[in-house]
Write a protein that binds this ligand. Sequence first.
Ligand code: BES
Ligand code: MN
Ligand code: ZN
Length: 499
Amino acid sequence: MKISFAAPALPKNAAIVAGVMKGGKLSPTAANLDKATGGALSKAIEASSYEGKKGELLELLAPANIQNSRILLVGVGDPAEITDSDLENLGGSLYKHLSSCGEKEAVVMVDAVKSAALDGADRAAHGAYGALLRSYRFDKYKTKEKSEKKTKLAKLTFMVESAPKARKLYGALSRVADGVFMTRDLVSEPANILYPKTLAQHAKELTSLGVKVQVLGEKEMAKLGMGALLGVGQGSERESQLLVMRWDGAPKAKNKRPIAFVGKGVTFDTGGISIKPAAGMEDMKWDMGGSGVVVGLMKALAGRKAKTNVVAVCGLVENMPSGNAQRPGDIVTSMSGQTIEVLNTDAEGRLVLADALWYTQEKFKPRMVIDLATLTGAIIIALGNSHAGVFSNDDDLSEALNQAGQAVGEKVWRLPLGDDYDKLIDCEAADMKNIGGRAGGSITAAQFLQRFIQKDVPWAHIDIAGVTWSSKDKPTVPRGATAFGVRLLDRLVADRYEG
Ligand code: BES
Ligand code: MN
Ligand code: ZN
């Protein structure tokens, strides 16, 4: 879909989208169209229960006296209260509506409204961004689909007085969307196509944006002593990889220590010898969601030339049962020197992250570390599918994540850490065990990770198991891979670590 911005002028043919405020009050464009069509809009509003509530749509087909195929009224509620995120949702909803009714070209009229909380350029750019985010589709393996079904809205124009300003704002936002789309692509790929080596290859594409990419294989990781990560991958035919990316965007004078992102990249999680039940196991192709987000985030940050230094590390493994697989009861030695009794081979994400986190801190001395992982089923029981879980040793970082999440519509909820929980992974046979029992399963997983965080390093762990894949369409997220975390962390970086 081509999205563009232009100075206001009512189009002769395309579908027109115009705003209606709360109480059914017409925007200036809608009022003009009402006049041009002999009052068709006000009659339609009167005849329906339409109130112009945020996101409420009302459509007039083939309106009289004009050539346009349709007028789509979109409710904006109270313009004084509207946020970026609201506009993205409106953009997404109107994209969905127009594309599913087979419209090829549409024009969205973004009027000057004195009372509006945001200026026209901001409203237009975020509306366009929402439409773009909603337009994503993973259809590369649908070879027989009718072309009518594949063709969607081809051209969407936002008409606004300050079109150049809107275009510029949208430019930066669409770089973030590039990252979101890369993550959605990676997470959607099946595990026969996407495995540790091929995931790392995709990350190498980021070198064209100025990202430095390095990939370690099993030999190199063995030399570093990464027994925890390697144990998880040892049952698989696919070689485990450690993917390391760097973006150095800070001004040279401020040669600052980097911030770090670490991702769980289990390209398929059968559970290993502690094998999972067959039903639903296919979902475990998206157990690399954390690393998918980290790669897409690097694309977003490099794409928009973020002014900060970032390192990103992903532990990439496939968790398979085989004659060579790790057994329950095996004891492994992590890179940190701490030993782990592996009581359940399905609690593998924490083993992968233990070494990835330690490596990141030893090698880069970051000033902050955030890890992302589809770590526990228990987080889905606790929070469902609309918040990710956050665990942190730093109140400011946790609050900043909360704020960023609110701003972009990727919400997080903090859960506790503490000694009482930490005790639950103490172990008779080794320094710790990799499971803490059913109670507080997401918390004991986070406690495990915290044992691999060095003194005074601000750290947050985000458990994204409940939000990485969506079975339902959302205004800016079609069902499937969501890329939850890319926008959240891009926003956190912009608010806290640039400038
Ligand atoms: N990848 C899973 C967690 C998961 C479950 C993600 C469902 C997305 C949807 C993780 O590796 C796992 O298997 N965790 C176990 C831990 C348990 C054995 C302590 C779980 O949550 O059951
Ligand atoms: Mn598992
Ligand atoms: Zn897993």
